[in-house]
Design a protein around this ligand. Sequence first.
Ligand SMILES: Cc1cc2nc3c(=O)[nH]c(=O)nc-3n(C[C@H](O)[C@H](O)[C@H](O)COP(=O)(O)OP(=O)(O)OC[C@H]3O[C@@H](n4cnc5c(N)ncnc54)[C@H](O)[C@@H]3O)c2cc1C
Length: 299
Amino acid sequence: MKPPPFAYHAPTDLDEAVGLLAEAGDEGKVLAGGQSLIPLLNMRLAAPRVLVDINAVAGLEDIRVDAAGVRVGARVRHAELEADTAAAEAVPLLGQGLRLVAHPVIRNRGTTVGSIAHADPSAEMPAVLALLEGAVEVRGRAGTRTVPAAEFVTGPMETALAPGEIAVAARFPRPRPGTGTAFVETARRNGDYALCGAAAAVTLGADGRITAARCCLISVAPVPLVVDLTDHLAGRTARLGDLDGAAAAAAEQADPEDDIHAGADYRRHLARVLTARALARAAAAAPAAVADTYTGASR
Ligand SMILES: Cc1cc2nc3c(=O)[nH]c(=O)nc-3n(C[C@H](O)[C@H](O)[C@H](O)COP(=O)(O)OP(=O)(O)OC[C@H]3O[C@@H](n4cnc5c(N)ncnc54)[C@H](O)[C@@H]3O)c2cc1C
């Protein structure tokens, strides 16, 4: 099928892009990598009257690494970010999540900020942002505002972006000292959206015991589901036996649905197993880690 008709603009200036989008109001959409939007147009599941292509807008192309973390501009492709060694060193969860996003061909075009703005409940990068308590910089006619990750994704494919606003960058903070991270998931085929995925961040003290632990589950709730597991795990070691109870507590908060890919019960089971696995891997990656090394079959 062909997309419905739309007016196409390719501005080179951010204020111009914001102006065009604001004029279009509810009927306008940003076009970034097009990896999600173009299929939706072709299937006529979306019919915006105006597309504002941001691929030539100056100032959105940078990856900046500093003491706070990594700032990713709206034009940065998943693949570019994946290849950035300074970003990977500062925030290892970026690379751990990005390698699970679709296939390399899609990562070559799709943007990380576009993925966050698209807000698919099965997407990895909104979960990375949520787990790290990052933020999205948003530009509209009224100026720039910063939206914390916890407030950005408001539902499946829904965000705090108002009509006329562009997400100009995402900020991924460095993890606290002593923290290891991991992202694991199960998908029917390599590169498919995950049936369930779990990202985890575990902080160890000098004695190798856990001082903080959080996870973020995807594909089991309308938004990335962040669960603080510190109360369950503080003072414990990262042995799988110790992690199981915390993983079960995280899975209890999941609210998956049956669909053609998997039943809700299976997804809840995956949430528990994958959370335990992600916690174990995160602890093993933390400096001074004494965790069991888990070598499960999932990606
Ligand atoms: C076969 C296939 C498999 C995939 N598998 C996965 C997967 O496993 N995991 C995963 O996370 N993703 C997956 N994706 C999606 C991919 O990661 C996309 O790159 C991503 O969802 C959207 O990024 P984009 O730059 O292509 O955005 P686009 O397709 O251009 O836009 C998507 C939506 O976000 C909005 N948008 C984009 N950028 C901005 C912005 N800067 N400001 C405001 N709104 C904006 C658009 O208006 C549109 O509504 C898959 C895609 C395909 C086709």
